[in-house]
Design a protein around this ligand. Structure first.
Ligand code: SAH
Length: 494
């Protein structure tokens, strides 16, 4: 019906527009480029057709004529077609040509702008492209073509005289020729200039120099595509305004081994603090189906993980019930092992009465010390420590342990193990992540044999640390609060 020419932004998935996300979720066909955010297609329908139309392994680009006729064909078939491009579709993205072809073929189209790389990379580098005192105008130019080519579309003289910031979308190899052309045409060689590599993506780098020295500085730093150059006095503001590199975990590579279902919050928070996150789940959780326990039979109901909360509510849901199945507060107490578990309960309408600050069984057992209990339910994983049930039984309570989920081993391929080995930190959030990761890495001995270059070890708490020590891997960092936030705090302090 309609072909949507959609900008996917410069790389940071958070910079995709709401409209882009909506259209990706609705599309029958998505024809995308290479430079789109890594998670851009995650929201696509499972039955959507995803077609890659970028350069094949640095080689030949799918010819533009082919892409255009594909757009027209799918557009005519009456499907929802998304043409997803890096940055903005109309900024050096050939979106204009594609729109023209669609118009000619009588296929209706809409354009969804995106955050363009030149603006985004500058912003993330702490360089305002305009500034009241330093630049009242900004020009975007493409330096992909060979600047020495006689029919170059660029008017170097006009660009050199341009009274404002120049932002150049270019191949890094072109940088020297572009700078020489500008200088030859009269631009000051000592004008501040910067090149921003992988703007807004993990590992963004910025090299600052002058127009005359930028190409050399970039080559020395090994700057590679994609990159933009920014030329103008505004570049000097970076010295005060750089913010990306000041984030507490900037540039720190952190591997996350916990189950994918639980990894996202940790990964997101680490990413927001500047870390490069590698999600390498070595376990996954599977809920165990069964009838919901009769909650009215208990005067204490304990949860030892957010997954346990989700799994119990799944059982309630399957039986057509909800939070109202819990006994009233006058009849029973609800206990959560820590703040994350309490949050999972609260999200489902249950406020936990007992929440120790430390999310470990011992702390929960201690916190339950004064709570009167005759019959308790512990909803938890199939394989777990018995600290809480034992402590309650020791006080004469009758305890039912209900396994509402189990953790299963998730294999890691060799490539992922190698990627983890190259990280600065590997995080372990349970004893089972330790065991499974080491098994995937060929055993503790093989892992230790990698020597001091292997990642430092971050443990969520004493139980996980004990397992690490038992494997000969003492943790370099251990969280004081045994939850996601505690682990992040420990990494920041390390
Ligand atoms: N339509 C895109 C630009 C496509 S041209 C947009 O609006 O951003 C491709 C060029 O854009 C690359 O060669 C590079 O110069 C620049 N570019 C794209 N993504 C970039 C990024 N994340 N960081 C730096 N430059 C980027």
């Amino acid at each position: 019906m309609t072909v949507y020419l959609v900008g996917a932004g410069p790389g940071d998935p958070g910079l995709m527009t709401v409209r882009a996300r909506e259209l990706i979720a609705a599309a029958d066909v998505i024809i995308h480029d290479r430079l789109i955010p890594v998670t851009a297609l995650d929201g696509a329908r499972p039955d959507a057709r995803l077609i890659y139309a970028g350069k094949q392994g640095g080689g030949e680009q799918v010819p533009q004529s082919e892409i255009t006729s594909m757009l027209v064909d799918y557009g005519r078939k009456g499907t929802v077609v998304v043409r997803l491009k890096g940055g903005d579709p109309f900024v050096f993205g050939r979106g204009g040509e594609e729109a023209e072809a669609l118009r000619e073929a009588g296929v209706s189209f809409e354009v969804v702008p995106g955050v363009t790389a030149g603006i985004a990379a500058s912003a993330y580098a702490g360089i305002p492209v305009t500034h009241r005192d330093l630049a009242s105008s900004v020009a975007f130019l493409t330096g992909h073509e060979d600047p020495d080519k006689p029919d170059s579309a660029l008017d170097w003289k006009a660009l050199a005289a341009f009274p404002g910031t120049l932002v150049v979308y270019m191949g890094v190899r072109q940088l020297g020729a572009i700078a020489s052309r500008l200088i030859a045409a009269g631009r000051a060689p000592d004008e501040p200039a910067a090149v921003v590599e992988r703007g807004t993506m993990a590992g963004q780098r910025t090299v600052v120099a002058t127009l005359a020295t930028l190409a050399r500085a970039a080559a020395e730093a090994g700057v590679r595509a994609p990159a933009v150059a920014i030329i103008g006095p505004v570049v000097e503001l970076r010295a005060q305004l750089q913010w990306l590199e000041s984030r507490p975990l900037h540039g720190v590579k952190v591997a996350v081994t916990r189950a994918r279902e639980q990894a996202s919050r940790l990964a997101e928070r680490l990413g927001a603090l500047g870390a490069e996150v590698l999600v390498a789940p070595v376990i996954s959780t599977e809920t165990l189906p069964g009838p919901p326990p009769d909650l009215d039979a208990y005067d204490l109901i304990c949860f030892t993980s957010p997954t346990g909360v989700a799994a119990l509510f799944e059982r309630l849901g399957a039986a057509g019930r909800d939070a109202r199945a819990f006994p009233p507060p006058s009849a029973a107490r609800v206990a959560a092992i820590g703040p994350a578990t309490a949050r999972a309960l609260l999200e489902r309408g249950i406020r936990a009465d007992v929440v120790p600050a430390q999310a470990v069984g011992e702390a929960l057992a201690a916190a339950l010390g004064d709570v009167p209990v005759s019959r308790a339910l512990v909803a938890r994983a199939r394989e777990a420590r018995d600290i809480v049930p034992d402590a309650l039984r020791a006080r004469g309570a009758e305890v039912d342990v209900v396994a509402v989920y189990e953790t299963v081993v998730e294999p890691l391929d060799e490539e992922t193990v190698e990627a983890v080995a190259a990280a600065d930190y590997i995080t372990f959030t349970s004893a089972s992540t330790v065991r499974n990761f080491l098994a995937a890495a060929g055993g503790a001995q093989a892992w230790l044999a990698r020597g001091p270059a292997r990642p430092r070890v971050a443990s969520i708490g004493p139980v996980t640390s004990a397992e690490l020590c038992a494997c000969g891997l003492s943790p370099d960092v251990q969280a004081t609060n045994h939850d996601t936030d505690g682990l992040i705090d420990a990494l920041i302090r390390a």
